[in-house]
Design a protein around this ligand. Structure first.
Ligand SMILES: [Zn+2]
Length: 143
């Protein structure tokens, strides 16, 4: 699958195994030799969602800090799940784009308040929202 983030296309795959420096890892985002995002196929549920958001955050390149990306992806996944958004396997309720975009925008706004103005954050929130929707993030409702 191709995802568009920060002005570039990224190839998203879910390999059986991801190796880095001889270790098995959950996710990876690399720029060379080609832009790629990988999330381990074995991951499930909210953890899978968090790893996806973490790697997308690296691709969106709004922070160089691994610590920041880790905290932001973890907290933002928690907030999205608290609002009823889920990573779904099957296409279902197509709703949720506005909700996802809103939560992403405001978590970025809180986190990056000293660096960016609101206009600069909007395209980042839009890119991430589109990518998450393609990966199956939805507002989940049992109505
Ligand atoms: Zn990372």
């Amino acid at each position: 699958m191709r995802l568009h983030l920060d002005g570039h296309y990224w190839t998203y795959t879910e390999p059986r195994k991801i190796q880095w420096n001889g270790e098995s890892i959950d996710g990876l985002c690399i720029r060379e030799p080609a832009r790629q995002i990988k999330v381990a196929r074995r991951l499930r549920g909210k953890h899978r969602a968090e790893v996806q958001l973490h790697e997308l955050a690296h691709a969106a390149s709004f922070s160089d800090s691994e610590h920041f990306v880790t905290i932001w992806a973890s907290s933002t996944t928690e907030l999205l799940y608290a609002t009823g958004v889920r990573l779904c396997r099957k296409p279902g309720n197509a709703g949720g784009a506005e909700l996802i975009r809103n939560v992403l925008f405001h978590t970025l706004r809180i986190a990056r308040h000293h660096l960016d103005d609101d206009e600069g954050l909007r395209p980042v929130a839009d890119d991430l929202t589109r990518a998450l929707r393609r990966l199956g993030w939805r507002e989940y409702m049992s109505r």
